[in-house]
Design a protein around this ligand. Sequence first.
Ligand SMILES: NC(=O)c1ccc[n+]([C@@H]2O[C@H](COP(=O)([O-])OP(=O)(O)OC[C@H]3O[C@@H](n4cnc5c(N)ncnc54)[C@H](O)[C@@H]3O)[C@@H](O)[C@H]2O)c1
Ligand SMILES: Nc1ncnc2c1ncn2[C@@H]1O[C@H](COP(=O)(O)OP(=O)(O)OP(=O)(O)O)[C@@H](O)[C@H]1O
Length: 526
Amino acid sequence: MSADEAALKTCHERINLSVAASHQAENGSVTTVSSKESEEATYAFLPPIESTDAHLHEFAEAMRTVGKALRQVAEGKAAAQAEAAEWKRKYESEKAAKAHTHHSVIKGCSNCVKDKLEHLASKLTLETASVDETGCCGNHGICSRQILQDQCPGPNRKSDDRIVGRKVPFRLSWGSNGDKNGQHKHDFVSFEKGDITTAERSNKQIFLKWDSPPQTVLFVTKPNSNSVHALCSEMVRWLKEHNNINIFVEPRVSKELLIEDSYFNFIQTWDNDQEMKTLHTKVDLIVTLGGDGTVLWAASLFKGPVPPVVAFSLGSLGFMIPFPSEQYRECLGNVLKRPFTITLRSRLQCHVIRDAAKDEVETGEPILVLNEVTIDRGMSSYLTYLECYCDSSFVTCVQGDGLIISTTSGSTAYSLAAGGSMVHPQVPGILFTPICPHSLSFRPLILPEYVTLRVQVPFNSRGQAWASFDGKGRIQLGPGDALICSVSPWPLPTACLVDSTTDFLRSIHEGLHWNLRKSQALDGPA
Ligand SMILES: NC(=O)c1ccc[n+]([C@@H]2O[C@H](COP(=O)([O-])OP(=O)(O)OC[C@H]3O[C@@H](n4cnc5c(N)ncnc54)[C@H](O)[C@@H]3O)[C@@H](O)[C@H]2O)c1
Ligand SMILES: Nc1ncnc2c1ncn2[C@@H]1O[C@H](COP(=O)(O)OP(=O)(O)OP(=O)(O)O)[C@@H](O)[C@H]1O
């Protein structure tokens, strides 16, 4: 072997070593290496070859380039994985911290429900119709009985029983137009005989069918409205007298109804946040009376799973509200007794990470939004300056009035006003819509639902930034602070009047007068 050949062999080996070193860093604590350092390292591994052979020089140069590229790829991957590991570590410490502070029963309940629902969520995407040993029917979809059987008994049980018994089981199934009982393939992609194919694109609707009649309804109502109050008391009477339903209302409404008439002694409410946190284990159905803001309010009461919502329209727009309040008897009668379609509206979970606390364990609960989280310039007259990342990839810097990170349900709200597209609520995605960007080319984006977005206020930002959640709870973000958001595992199921698509199209036609234009006259050019 010549001296040059030996030098080249060493090059090969060193390139491998260099890449392997980057990979090792993935598992330990990693500090990201700059590209300059990376380049220097590559040259250190590949010393110049002293030869007059031009081909060998060229080859050695090519090997250096390959080595550099490989090293950069490996470093990038290591950095991304280190970041993901950091988030995971924070999440796990947060979970552990919560486990200590919460009462064991509450912890046990929420964990077992969470586990079961995660199991159900995985079934939603990877459908299996196998019969469940624990008593799930196994037919035509998902059965909620398993969750209910496992409701956790424990020392705090008494205080929960003070209110009502368990919620009733129901099943979810998929169907398509004209085939309400049909069971459809749920695998999105299959890989058979080496060919990648996407599953049949049927009009999948999700049906909810009660295993036994619902027993408990929660009313969430718009405040300070006489018409809402009158309708609420009428509906409560009707549900109690004709269907023997247990009724929950918010503490404010409970007081109002009791002042009105002692007849309402049977209604139940909650006294504190801890009781409210267990509400989802007792309530079968939520009825909202008001506009979209009332649906947003109802969603905000549930930081975890949410029972199905039947929304009655008493506002001006009612985009997420298909049921006419005048026909409440017929509508509620149907929902209580027959299977109905639901729209699963995804929510976003948001965390604010303060620069001052970035090395500490995050203990705050996520803030859940049904429409959007907005970061704007508040009272400041300067441009907001926000750095945005999607997973570990840099997306862009927003310079303008702000940014809206929206769910698909929120796509017809603030995001629409800022130029975002309208998206069917069952499309799995996250909208990234700038507010008045000071750039001609900043178009809105729609990102896949599985990404995590990070919006950071850089230290050189001139203006302030303020985050708000479904238009409420404004929080100031200082330099170095970040907002992290991703899709929550707890969607809001809303009952449909017809089905998800028909209801959505009705809303954009009737609510927004979408593409309303007079037809052209027939007597124009041939
Ligand atoms: N420029 C804007 O369009 C703008 C500005 C601020 C807030 N908002 C929206 O208002 C929401 C808060 O609603 P609120 O009722 O508490 O405040 P609000 O009383 O100010 O009402 C806002 C309006 O937005 C409508 N709306 C809410 N969610 C909607 C949705 N998903 N699709 C279509 N329309 C929807 C409501 O029907 C209402 O007419 C925020 O989440 C935000 O999306 C919009
Ligand atoms: N149960 C509730 N408790 C406290 N605030 C509520 C409740 N329900 C609704 N709100 C608030 O009241 C405001 C108005 O409610 P909503 O949007 O439902 O009525 P609206 O303005 O008449 O409807 P629309 O916007 O369609 O005209 C919203 O900001 C909402 O957050």
